[in-house]
Design a binder for this molecule. Structure first.
Ligand SMILES: C[S@@+](CC[C@H](N)C(=O)[O-])C[C@H]1O[C@@H](n2cnc3c(N)ncnc32)[C@H](O)[C@@H]1O
Length: 366
């Protein structure tokens, strides 16, 4: 097994870290750290086991809004590379070049000419290519939408994805040789995401288990629409049905990631948002990721209440569906994320529990 910590000593993170990064250094907004004005602090944060944000709003903002590129935290990088487990002469496709650091780590293991890394953002891709070249690495940087993979380099033995997807683009499976491995953060929309290790089979399908939680930025073309949940629902605030629930809506947030995978499988197309006020009141919004004017639900947690107010509108009762999925997960005995897996075919995604034959969802479409 490759000792990725040793690889990181040969290919230091600092070499790929831009001069300005934003770090989470405690309560409050991201802390801006500038190598030119505070080189010691910059070196200190680069050495921390923390993600470092390198871009917001696709480059349109500084220090706020949606974080759109980062150097992932080193332990998370090691976890992904351990799952990928490339070996000598493997041809590796990476999606999400970012700074170029993980491409350089892969290149150290399999040789630079065997690594192709795809970055959607031209400015980031160009800077990563410069850094890779400056460090003597021959990895190829391609600027484009990584959802399509990179057909000229196929077949690949390994696909290393460093941005999250709600569904695995079939192009990645098509471009991987049978027996090859795809490691990808899977974020179907409800709660947090999970790291998935897929084996590609000779029949053109891919199947594999989730290995842990994974909180990555979304692949650009698969991001859910932005905006505040209440803005979405204001557009569809008609015929609201009210009820009460005894389930604490915060539980959905605090339970392990296997709940998120279960809910996303049983309640297809669902998207969650939480808003927490300083007085402890929390609202869980459940939305339809593809339909801004579609069904929605909200559940308000209020301290000292024994049940909680629910509002639902539209053609589906989304909270009822989420609650039923959560109760099923409890009844299964709170299965750990590693008991779940996913099988992908050209047309379907099927989440299973324990065995690929035991599919739990999503249900077949209309
Ligand atoms: C967490 S960062 C990647 C970190 C990177 N591996 C490193 O070592 O610095 C995710 C990257 O994925 C890129 N990305 C997002 N959508 C993409 C897409 N459709 N195709 C290729 N890259 C994409 C983002 O621009 C961002 O740079």
């Amino acid at each position: 097994m490759t000792d990725w910590r040793e690889v990181m000593r040969r290919v230091p993170r600092a070499r790929f870290t831009p001069p300005v990064v934003w770090a989470d250094l405690g309560p409050g907004p991201w802390a801006r750290v500038d190598r030119d004005t505070d080189p010691q602090e910059w070196e200190r944060v680069v050495a921390l086991d923390q993600p470092l944000i390198t871009q917001f709003q696709d480059g349109a903002a500084e220090g706020g809004g949606l974080a759109t590129s980062s150097l992932s935290m080193p332990t998370v990088v090691v976890e992904g590379l351990d799952q990928l487990a490339p070996y000598d002469h493997h041809r590796v496709l990476e999606i999400g070049t970012g700074s170029g650091w993980t491409a350089a780590l892969l290149a150290d293991r399999v040789g630079g000419t065997n690594v192709t890394t795809v970055e959607v953002d031209p400015a980031l891709g160009m800077r990563a290519a410069e850094r890779l070249k400056a460090s003597g690495c021959e990895a190829r940087v391609v600027v484009g939408d990584g959802a399509g993979g990179w057909p000229p380099g196929a077949p690949f033995d390994r696909v290393h994805v460093t941005c999250a997807v709600p569904q695995v683009p079939y192009a990645w499976i098509e471009q991987t040789r049978p027996g090859g491995v795809i490691v990808v953060p899977y974020s179907p929309g409800f709660g947090c995401g999970a790291l998935l290790r897929l084996d590609v089979l000779p029949d053109g399908t891919a199947t594999g288990r989730f290995v842990g939680s994974a909180d990555y930025m979304m692949l650009r073309s698969r991001r859910p629409a932005g905006g505040q949940a209440h803005e979405w629902v204001d557009a569809a605030r008609r015929d609201v049905r009210t009820s009460r629930t005894r389930i604490d809506p915060r539980a959905l947030r605090h339970e392990p990631v296997s709940v998120d995978v279960t809910v996303a499988a049983l309640v297809p197309g669902v998207l969650s948002r939480y808003y927490e006020a300083e007085d402890g009141t929390t609202t869980l919004w459940v939305l339809d990721r593809d339909d801004h004017r579609g069904p929605w639900a909200s559940v308000d947690y209020e301290p000292d209440r024994s049940d909680f107010g629910v509002e639902q509108a539209g053609t589906r009762s989304l909270w009822d569906e989420v609650e039923a999925a959560y109760v099923r997960w409890l009844a299964w005995g709170r299965p750990d994320i590693t008991r779940f897996g996913l099988t992908v075919t050209p047309d379907t995604h099927a989440v299973w529990l324990d065995d690929p034959g035991n599919v739990i969802g999503p249900p077949p479409g209309p």
